[in-house]
Ligand binder design. Structure first.
Ligand SMILES: Cc1cc2nc3c(=O)[nH]c(=O)nc-3n(C[C@H](O)[C@H](O)[C@H](O)COP(=O)(O)OP(=O)(O)OC[C@H]3O[C@@H](n4cnc5c(N)ncnc54)[C@H](O)[C@@H]3O)c2cc1C
Length: 395
């Protein structure tokens, strides 16, 4: 019997809503479920890298993000101790600026575009389990709505885009292909009246910081260190005192004092990176569900967008069960891991704080080289049915 949905996507943020959008634009019947509210916020410091910005542009979603007042970032400034290196964003592959949209902006823009493309996007619905056939193949999900009502949805494929604590990945027991050990602890919040010269990253031995211009005239500020040091600082004087101390150590104290903190500072304890198998019978993983990296990489959203592009290509090539689908999904995993493994490795070493200043500079150059490869790959992909018409490339 044919399942009512070609694909059920669990999670409707950068990975899930993007996957739903692309598959719906390709004509598949897509249901996208999220237990959160439409347009809600989530943990993030927002910085998109060039490959992610390029994909949003190709999908025709950069304009609504810019129209929502997201400022263009035309420069990245690295502060290595007292040395400053400024890199202008070079126009290439149709991208002449980067963006750091609030999650209330980017997640909503993508989810709304998915719905407009014909996907059914349902918020306030938690996925509570998986359906399977007699061979163990995943054939759908069970759900619970806000009013407590339970239901089931059958699909040819279930995509887990449900974040770093992915229940889908746990339910299918997705094997862990690589696991990190290091994690950074981060304080972050929003400042007004703090002019940042594009993305600004600060590194001093044992500490890091970032200034990221985002919507509503605000600058997102993060300060990171290893979890043990953060715990000691927070226990000693609370997040305010920890923030002052880390800001002084990173050399951003005066910059923060010149602006005004717009809301509470949040403390996020790090979780070590993890790369999981990306697919199995009737299931696939996208975004943090399949690959979590320390946020110091500022690459998680870009990964999620790239996963959506590569996974959608695999699903469209072979939407039904069988050998062709297995090959296509295995190809998705290989393409993902070509970037995910070196990114995980470099992020792990940045988050370990075992570097000196020349060392962190080399690690950031490694990250940058992987991103250049990503841009090359994305630019060379054949035209897809989901590209904005004016941007579609010849097949
Ligand atoms: C402090 C911090 C700073 C960061 N800064 C950056 C940055 O500057 N740049 C960057 O690119 N990345 C950054 N990241 C990483 C980025 O936030 C993630 O990589 C990104 O959110 C991954 O998107 P996703 O769609 O895979 O998962 P998520 O954004 O986690 O979305 C998963 C969705 O699944 C839903 N869900 C989960 N379980 C269920 C269920 N059972 N049923 C229904 N729905 C479910 C959740 O409600 C959620 O909406 C940061 C992360 C942190 C913690």
């Amino acid at each position: 019997m044919t399942a009512p949905w070609d694909v059920v996507v669990v999670g409707a943020r950068v990975a899930g809503a993007s996957t739903a959008l692309l598959l719906a634009r390709a004509g598949l019947r897509v249901l996208c479920l999220d237990r959160a509210r439409h347009g809600s916020d989530t943990l993030s410091t927002h910085a998109l890298m060039r490959p992610g910005t390029l994909l949003l542009r190709q999908w025709g979603l950069l304009d609504p993000i810019v129209e929502a007042g997201t400022p263009a970032v035309r420069r990245t400034v690295f502060h290595y101790g007292d040395e400053t290196v400024s890199v202008t964003i070079r126009p290439a592959a149709g991208v002449d600026a980067l963006y750091a949209p609030r999650r209330t902006v980017i997640d909503r823009v993508i989810a709304d575009a998915a719905a407009e493309a014909g996907a059914v996007v349902r918020f306030g619905t938690a996925v509570t389990g998986l359906l399977r056939d007699g061979d163990g193949r995943v054939t759908g999900v069970t759900t619970r709505a806000r009013d407590g009502s339970a239901d089931a949805e059958r699909a040819a494929l279930v995509v887990g885009a449900d974040g770093r604590r992915s229940a889908v990945a746990d339910w299918v027991r997705a094997p862990v292909r690589a696991a990190g050990h290091a994690s950074s602890a981060v304080l972050y919040g929003y400042w007004s009246g703090l002019a940042a010269d594009g993305y600004e990253w600060f590194y001093r031995p044992g500490v890091s910081a970032g200034l990221i211009p985002t919507n509503d005239g605000l600058t997102c500020v993060f300060l990171g260190t290893d979890p043990a040091t953060m715990d000691r600082l927070v226990r000693g004087g609370g997040t305010g005192a920890a923030l002052d101390r880390l800001a002084a150590e990173c050399g951003v104290g005066a910059r923060l004092a010149a602006g005004r903190r717009a809301d509470a500072v949040r403390h996020v304890r790090g979780v070590p990176g993890r790369l999981r198998r990306a697919w199995g019978p009737g299931w696939a993983l996208a975004g943090d569900a399949g690959q979590w990296k320390d946020p110091l990489s500022t690459h998680g959203m870009t990964d999620a967008l790239r996963d959506a592009e590569l996974l959608a290509r695999a699903v469209v090539a072979a939407p039904g069960p069988g050998r062709r689908q297995r090959d296509a999904l295995a190809g998705y995993e290989r393409a993902r891991d070509r970037f995910a493994r070196p990114l995980l490795d470099a992020s792990e070493r940045v988050a370990g704080y075992g570097w000196d200043l020349p060392g962190v500079r080399r690690l950031l150059m490694d990250l940058s080289a992987v991103m250049a490869d990503e841009v090359d790959l994305i630019s060379s992909l054949p035209a897809a049915p989901w590209n904005a018409p004016a941007l579609a490339r010849p097949a």
